[in-house]
Design a protein around this ligand. Sequence first.
Ligand SMILES: [Zn+2]
Length: 294
Amino acid sequence: MSSSQLFGGIEGGGTKFNCAVGDGPENIIAEARFATTTPAETVAQVIEFFLPHAEQLQAIGLGSFGPFDVDPSSPTYGFITTTPKPHWGNANLLGMLRAKLPLPISVEMDVVVAGLGEAKWGASKNDSHSLYLTIGTGIGGGYIVDGKPLHGLTSLEMGHIRLARDPQRDPFRGACPYHGDCFEGLAAGPALEARFGQRGETLPDEHPYWDLEAGYIAQALVNYILSLAPKRIIIGGGVMQKRFMFPWVRQKTQELLSGYISHEMILNRIDEYIVPPALGNRAGVLGAIALAMG
Ligand SMILES: [Zn+2]
């Protein structure tokens, strides 16, 4: 492959922007990360990073934290819209990049881009239908079908589905400002902090809450399995850094499905079915390159 067929990837996160130039995990020719400060400052650094490579680049992919408008027919396409994050509300991220980088630039939500990366080079590279879920500060999912993210009327909002909560076991009414005890309202980082006054990372592994958390995740997976039938489910994000959660989530998913889906991936090979990201923390920036490659 000639050096003129390279692609740019940007993973725009709430704390840092990761940028890379290359065409896959084995060929990254330049990489950098910049703190997420203000849009003007951070985007200027991103542009500065790509400019020396502009001649070689075919396209750029951008995966951003949200809410990020990825609807090409919207007047705020490529904007970060109503975030409470200081300085970033209504930031025209795509417009700022386009003004200085005359290249095709594709945009998607960060979780979707991570799912694309896993589907192209990672844990779901041989699967036509894969689901990538992140459970951290928020909860989001990307559903990748034949290398493309699934969109409908809007992007998918898989973190906000409703789950059953037993008020005896879990009296916490949920932290989602829109729905209270939706999946994200029950199981994302802010919900853990609201319940225990400490971050999930610092909650001991033996804390009884983790069993409840695994149950919520399993309930959500059952809904996705029944409605989308993914061939692989990849779960990333801070909460799943607690690796003991994987066997619990797998077992509870099997229990809740109760033999109804009689596929061997669920019945006998669930260890291969519900898995961590294979690209680790590079899924986002590599996924952004995958997005640019189209
Ligand atoms: Zn919600």
